[in-house]
Design a protein around this ligand. Structure first.
Ligand SMILES: [Zn+2]
Length: 202
């Protein structure tokens, strides 16, 4: 899926209907910032907005995802392409999250192994013991940092208030309380601080 192409397509259609970004946003009950984000290619409309948006623009979802008008002949091919892209993105993101968890676990297990060696290996010098523990701690931190970076960048977080999808900055991501699938974050769109669902695709 090409966000920039879809964005340009939305803008063209909006203008051909003589709508401002604000007027289009009002029809969809969202903010004009969101419309502007789509048109700049910085985000795709989230799934629940796709049908209402298509209705206003008088196109179908397939055309929205492709970023162009589709003739009858091409319709099925394009629909399949779009569907496969969505599935592929989801699978790739799932794989990334699993890798993030493995990296974090590997870091922690390095520390556990270091502590075990220090405890049971009597012949080690103090220097080696300290070195091993420091090594274990560094690997743990490294593992967690890498997994946090991967997890934050994979998929998007959805605001439960305005349904805006966003990637939080590192600081608020780390500070945010979380459950396995949700994280407490401030929505850049409406400013609400809520538990935002981590979604694999928009
Ligand atoms: Zn929001």
């Amino acid at each position: 899926m090409n966000q920039i192409k879809t964005g340009r397509f939305i803008m063209e259609l909006r203008k051909s209907k003589n709508l401002t970004q604000k007027q289009l946003a009002e029809k969809l009950n969202i903010s004009d910032k969101t419309v502007s984000k789509w048109e700049c290619g910085k985000g795709m409309p989230e799934i629940s907005l796709m049908l209402p948006l298509c209705e206003v623009l008088e196109i179908n979802v397939n055309e929205l995802l492709s970023g162009e008008r589709i003739s009858e002949n091409n319709y099925h091919r394009k629909a399949e392409e779009n569907m496969m892209n969505l599935i592929k993105e989801k699978q790739e993101n799932k794989r990334k999250l699993i890798i993030a968890i493995i990296i974090a676990l590997m870091g922690v297990s390095m520390l556990v192994v270091s502590i075990m060696i220090v405890n049971y290996e009597t012949g080690l010098s103090d220097f080696s013991k300290i070195f091993l523990i420091i090594f274990g701690v560094i690997m743990t931190i490294l593992g967690i940092v890498i997994s946090v970076i991967i997890d934050r960048e994979t998929g998007v977080f959805e605001c439960p208030e305005c349904h805006n999808c966003f990637t939080p900055d590192i600081k608020s991501y780390i500070m945010g309380a979380h459950t396995p699938t949700k994280r407490k974050l401030k929505c850049p769109e409406c400013g609400a601080t809520k538990y935002c669902k981590h979604k694999l695709v928009k």
